[in-house]
Design a protein around this ligand. Structure first.
Ligand SMILES: [Zn+2]
Length: 377
């Protein structure tokens, strides 16, 4: 959405008054575009952080996930806002955003975080992809972000947004399903914020209704703002379970708004306002849930032991076949199989050096890194 860039720059020069704290991110909004010459690939030119480390969004896939038993459920304090209070909903030229009540807090994070605003990211009517985060490469239809700042250390979101421990964002993945009356409390006002800089008042409601059924199950990692200036200041909580909205509701989101102001002769539809997933190397995403029955990492606290039980069991059965094929007699009771790392160690160290060597050789030649294996046993 770069059409009104010059006008907006000019307006900002005129505006000597400080922006309200909550509006700080909007000063970048008019410069923000996802495609074309100034699209996301060009963001780092003006905003070096966008080409830097700890960038978001990312794809959640098995290799980078690690169960962490310390990830307890978040507490949502003051989320039930009475209908006599009002939220301001606005079109900022690249998303639709609702300012939240400063009485809303998040607890059970390293600091107390106070709510600032929520906004959405989505695709367009012709495709099913609109979320920023993906799971095993799969996009969801849209994504809601609830932005909070560290109010224990910083006076407002502006002061917090460029600090490493400044922000905490909740992300809710949206997919198509039945009509969602809670989301409609926001969506029914879209017609009043069709154009950039329009605003409307939304009666208060329980913001917790926007969260999925099992908010205790989530992905947690340290990342960044997904729009310029891309500061790596966000502690992300992405809920595991998506929330359903109807096809009609999604269509309203995808078609109601424009990046341009109401008097612009060339209106620009507000679509595809999601950033592509970023590289995620040598870091882990911590998860508060166990994936499947056997998904529990050995030595979960150790940073680099990504091998988990299901994978090990897979290797185990392959190795057993391998032994059979090699004609090595090898049997292990089912009880022993359950505790097979110890079984292997016992066999290897006490009885069957050759089996351990064969196992190692087989596993290494088929791709297990020695470092991981050492830590496992
Ligand atoms: Zn966002």
């Amino acid at each position: 959405c770069q059409k009104s860039r010059l006008k907006s720059l000019y307006m900002r020069l005129l505006l000597v008054l400080p922006l309200p704290a909550n509006a700080s991110l909007d000063k970048y909004a008019s410069l923000l575009t996802y495609t074309g010459p100034d699209g996301e690939k060009a963001w780092p030119k003006k905003y070096p952080f966008c080409g830097g480390v700890f960038q978001s969004p990312i794809d959640f896939h098995r290799d980078i996930l690690q169960y962490d038993s310390n990830l307890s459920p978040l507490e949502f304090i003051g989320y039930n806002v009475p209908s006599t209070d009002r939220f301001t909903l606005t079109n900022n030229g690249h998303s639709v955003k609702m300012y939240l009540s400063p009485t809303m807090h998040l607890r059970n994070l390293p600091f107390e975080y106070t709510a600032s605003q929520l906004h959405l990211h989505w695709g367009n009517r012709n495709k099913s992809e609109g979320s920023e985060h993906t799971v095993s490469g799969k996009h969801f239809a849209a994504e809601l972000h609830i932005v909070h700042y560290n109010s224990e250390k910083y006076p407002d979101v502006t002061a917090a947004m460029d600090k490493a421990d400044g922000l905490a964002v909740l992300a809710i993945l949206l997919e198509i399903g039945p009509f969602n009356p809670s989301y409609e409390k926001i969506f029914r006002h879209f017609q009043n914020v069709k154009y950039k800089d329009q605003m409307v008042q939304v009666p208060g409601f329980n913001i917790q209704e926007l969260l999925p059924d099992r908010p205790d199950e989530y992905y947690r990692y340290e990342g960044s703002l997904t729009t310029p200036p891309c500061y790596p200041s966000v502690l992300w909580t992405v809920f595991r379970h998506p929330v359903k909205i109807s096809q009609e509701q999604l269509l309203a989101l995808e078609t109601a708004m424009y990046c341009t102001e109401s008097d612009d002769p060339e209106p620009l539809e507000m679509v595809d306002n999601f950033r592509n997933v970023q590289e995620f190397r040598e870091r882990l995403v911590f998860i508060s849930f166990r994936e499947g029955k056997l998904y529990k990492c050995f030595y979960a606290k150790k940073q680099h032991s990504n091998l988990c039980k299901t994978e090990i069991l897979m290797w185990w059965s392959r190795c057993l076949n391998h032994y059979k094929n090699m004609g090595i007699p090898f049997s292990c009771s089912s009880l022993c199989s359950l505790f097979f790392p110890f079984c292997i160690v016992a066999w290897a160290t006490v009885r069957e050096q050759r089996i351990w060597r064969a196992y190692k050789k087989f596993c290494f030649t088929t791709g297990i890194r020695q470092a991981n294996t050492k830590q496992l046993f």
